[in-house]
Design a protein around this ligand. Structure first.
Ligand code: SF4
Length: 437
């Protein structure tokens, strides 16, 4: 059994350290992009077209990732205040305000390197209206071209052939020409196929890693550690050999944990006893990420599946990027992002997770400034409780605005919730014993 770590001594798996190196290399490439003549494309995580950007010879920047990293590094409060002084109201998505505040203060990225200005804004619109307003603001500030990929919302819970064709046509007729114009290069279609083959290999191991949480005890926390696991896949590394290697290493690491019967690695060591298995809906709070996680791991609560780790792609339902149908599969990918799913589809996905991962309950972290996730969550909670019979917990916080995170309130609520889950489980156990007696 691993020793508990002193609070300041954070336990990190090898894969986490490798990811840190990958991110540092990417920050370095970005810092020198202008002098190297490499074009920079800003884009969003849901519906990102990373393979296409890389195959065109450009480098991607993801404003949401900068915002969440600023939150984790305690820089977001200052950036948000700067954006509010500039005129953005308190109700605006705090990722947007954090990004705009960072830009107004010189665009020094979370690693301390200045971020290059965009040569192109690639607005992949997948279900959240804020994406459009965000890039409208950036376009005005940077005075650079913006190309929009309009992805139809899955309002009826399905992707029709016409929807697929509509997105594929835009990729061919709008997005690729815009990338070619900015980079001055004709898109290398063979390079795109090769990158998509690498994506597929990495995706297989990501899915394996997330599904390892079906084991008892779960070897991973699919939310708090899961957000690190999705990092390379949802950002600049999809379609690269580095991502394939990262996910191979992650799988090897988890296989080792399963063989040893070990629980998830938390910042304070390996969790010793799994008491609760939970499904999580909603993004995490980033400004107090470690304290937030601590409330769960101190109670022996493991998140075995979460919707947030699907925000940049729903691979566990079978989707893979396909080198033989590159544009069609990019279109399928964008249409299938979690942000593009209607409420009934979200409910059935969470229900499937509760059942497939044998969860004792589910928790909704309702994010004050993210309507894309939080709208309808109380209704979803009621539906899920009715359909699964397991109890739901509801807490409220924010992404990167520390004014909306209260450790004491959230801890109180969760402690009561854990007690309720334990009581329900005990009375269910007693009923089962009576029935079989
Ligand atoms: S509202 Fe939510 S989904 Fe939309 S941009 Fe903000 S954080 Fe992302």
């Amino acid at each position: 059994m691993a020793e508990k770590k002193a609070p300041e001594e954070v336990q990190k798996d090898k894969s986490m350290l490798q990811q840190k190196t990958m991110l540092a290399d990417h920050a370095e490439r970005l810092a020198h992009a202008k002098e190297a003549g490499t074009k920079v494309v800003y884009t969003f995580v849901p519906g990102n077209l990373t393979e296409l950007i890389l195959a065109a010879g450009a480098i991607p920047v993801y404003p949401e990732i900068n915002a969440l990293q600023s939150g984790m590094r305690k820089l977001s409060a200052e950036y948000i205040q700067e954006a509010e002084r500039f005129g953005h109201s308190e109700d605006v998505c705090t990722y947007v305000k954090c990004d705009i505040g960072m830009m107004l203060k010189g665009n020094i990225g979370p690693t301390g390197e200045k971020l290059p200005e965009p040569d192109l804004l690639l607005l992949s619109y997948t279900g959240c209206f804020v994406f459009m307003k965000w890039f409208e603001n950036l376009k005005r500030h940077y005075n650079c071209p913006c190309v929009m990929l309009h992805v139809p919302y899955q309002a009826d819970g399905e992707v029709t052939p016409a929807m697929l064709q509509y997105v594929t046509d835009q990729l061919e007729q709008e997005v690729i020409p815009a990338l070619e114009k900015v980079t001055g290069n004709k898109l290398d279609r063979e390079e795109l196929r090769a990158k998509m083959a690498l994506s597929r290999a990495a995706e297989d191991n990501l899915v394996w890693a997330l599904q390892s949480a079906k084991q008892r005890p779960s070897p991973i926390d699919a939310y708090f550690a899961g957000v690190y696991y999705i990092g390379p896949m949802f950002t600049a590394f999809r379609g690269t050999a580095a991502a394939v290697e990262y996910y191979r290493l992650l799988r090897e690491e988890i296989e080792g944990k399963i063989a040893r019967g070990e629980g998830p690695t938390t910042p304070e060591g390996i969790m010793e006893k799994e008491r609760f298995r939970l499904v999580m809906e909603g993004p995490p709070n980033w400004t107090s990420f470690r304290d937030f996680w601590k409330i769960f791991h101190e109670e022996g609560a493991v998140i075995v599946a979460s919707s947030y780790t699907k925000v940049g792609g729903l691979y566990d339902l079978g989707f893979r990027h396909d080198p033989d149908r590159p544009l069609e599969s990019l279109a399928e990918y964008c249409l299938g992002c979690y942000t593009n799913l209607n409420l009934p589809s979200r409910v059935s996905l969470l229900k499937k997770y509760i059942e497939d991962y044998s969860a004792d309950g589910f928790v909704i972290n309702s994010i004050k400034s993210c309507n894309s996730f939080s709208a309808g969550q109380l209704l979803m909670m009621r539906e899920l409780e009715e359909q699964t019979g397991v109890p739901g917990g509801f807490i409220e916080s924010d992404l990167v605005d520390p004014r909306y995170y209260s450790q004491a309130n959230i801890k109180n609520r969760l402690e009561s919730y854990f007690q309720m889950v334990a009581q329900r489980r005990a009375s269910k156990g007693a009923m089962n014993a009576e029935t079989s007696a």
